[in-house]
Ligand binder design. Sequence first.
Ligand SMILES: *[C@@H]1O[C@H](CO)[C@@H](O)[C@H](O)[C@H]1NC(C)=O
Ligand SMILES: *[C@@H]1O[C@H](CO)[C@@H](O)[C@H](O)[C@H]1NC(C)=O
Ligand SMILES: *[C@@H]1O[C@H](CO)[C@@H](O)[C@H](O)[C@H]1NC(C)=O
Ligand SMILES: *[C@@H]1O[C@H](CO)[C@@H](O)[C@H](O)[C@H]1NC(C)=O
Ligand SMILES: *[C@@H]1O[C@H](CO)[C@@H](O)[C@H](O)[C@H]1NC(C)=O
Length: 489
Amino acid sequence: MELRRLSIYLALFVLVCVSQCTEARSTKYSGEGEDVNYDDVLADEASDDEAQNDADGGNDADEDVEDAIMLTQATNYSVAIGRNVRLECRVSPADGVVVQWTRNNTKYFIGTLKRTEQDLKTYTGQDRFFIAANSTDLLIKDVQPSDSGTYRCEILQMNPPSVEHNIVITESPKVIRFYASDSGRVPEGSDLLLTCEASGSPPPQILWSWDGDNGNHRLTEKDGEFTANSVFIRNVKRQNAGKYYCYVFNTVGNDQAELAVNVLRKPRVHVHRTVVNSDLNVEAVLECSIHDEPASHIRWYKDGRLIEDSSRQYSVSTNGQHSNLTVIPSSDMDFGTFTCEAENNLGKHNRSIELVQRPVVEDFMSEGTKLSWTVHSHQPIEAMELQLRDVNGDEDWRTVSVPVPAGGARRGLPVSFELEAADVGAGKYEVAVKVRNSKGWSQHADPALVDIEAQPEYIRPASVYLPSSAYSIRPSLALLPLIYVLVRF
Ligand SMILES: *[C@@H]1O[C@H](CO)[C@@H](O)[C@H](O)[C@H]1NC(C)=O
Ligand SMILES: *[C@@H]1O[C@H](CO)[C@@H](O)[C@H](O)[C@H]1NC(C)=O
Ligand SMILES: *[C@@H]1O[C@H](CO)[C@@H](O)[C@H](O)[C@H]1NC(C)=O
Ligand SMILES: *[C@@H]1O[C@H](CO)[C@@H](O)[C@H](O)[C@H]1NC(C)=O
Ligand SMILES: *[C@@H]1O[C@H](CO)[C@@H](O)[C@H](O)[C@H]1NC(C)=O
């Protein structure tokens, strides 16, 4: 109660003095080393507020006292959050001078008297402001971001000298929350919003980057639209998937956070082989795998009819995004088209596998003048043919039969073959291969291109036929237009 009363009196005094002391004495307060007798002063003013001077006051002895002066220079205080700061206000003479601390015209203290607790609470919400012992310095404990600003220490006298300090609150930046729309699982074609909430003082700047296919790079205006703490990427593509980074920094530190963005698409079904050869009572495994997020539901069809899980004729083994359908055909009817279908909430996709008794040619390719392929046929191979034509002419396909090994080729029969100028003539050829067994001809494999240069026989380089290859046999006769090589078994 006493403090409250004093501060009211003081406030009154200041008002009165500002309006009326203009030509009055130079200082109101004694500089004689004793605490001001506020009660006297205030009682005096309060009971005499019409007076133009202090002639009838009780402090005539102080009239000759010199003006107090401010010794402290304006300073910028950089303070980390949670620390204490002491704002200096050194005056001369050191004793008996009354100072007032204000901030944005809000008075904190006069002399060493705090404003009432309630005033302080309304202003700061807490009681962390003090006058340091035996001084006129302002002590702020447990500094908060809201404490930044300008503080003014003013000597209460005519033409009051003052000093203004700045408090700049510093806080090392911290990423508080870094998040993406759709929790980072974004359907292809939709928009992606990344938000990085960070604390720090001065307010941190944000750098965005992304780990794409070609390493880490900064996100720029080309990649998205930036706002204060977010980036907006329209029409997300598959390529936008990856790790995103939010890097925040200010003058006192930095922080970083990352998150993964997945771009969700309808599934892509991939089959390992599009045509599979088998035979009656020979087990065939049809393999299918699914690409892309999110996980899909996998189904198998035979000639367009769904294969039930309960079917005894087939067994389906699905592990994650891979599925095998195992079939043991017991009649010709059991061959046909098998379809692997995957479905997720963004759509479905399928690929088909032909299960056949005809031979299957795989891996048909050319390397220089060397052709190679693999034949799968559980039934004995009856014929092998190469077909070729000059890509520059419009001649018909030339058919060339290749001698056939005895027996079947259950696990795949690798074949390699060399074309030479002496055999077929120089030129650029398109070459295809066909294989027949008792059930019919294989489908055409995609043609390969072979460029055969005209070369005199006697300087044929050794590299054309590599004797090191265990599977290659150099034919001795140039009579055959083509030469064959058969392998294994
Ligand atoms: C305080 O900082 C401000 C802004 O950075 C600057 O203009 C001013 O000169 C500084 N004052 C002192 C006393 O260093
Ligand atoms: C002090 O005044 C300045 C400028 O008028 C203002 O930006 C700032 O928010 C004020 N501070 C407080 C704590 O009211
Ligand atoms: C304040 O002054 C008193 C008396 O002059 C002294 O006893 C005390 O130690 C001082 N306190 C500080 C913190 O300087
Ligand atoms: C496979 O996909 C095609 C094209 O979308 C569709 O026409 C066909 O019905 C599908 N097949 C099966 C067995 O689902
Ligand atoms: C499918 O079959 C292949 C080859 O037999 C095997 O490596 C793979 O593990 C099988 N996958 C599943 C899901 O059964």
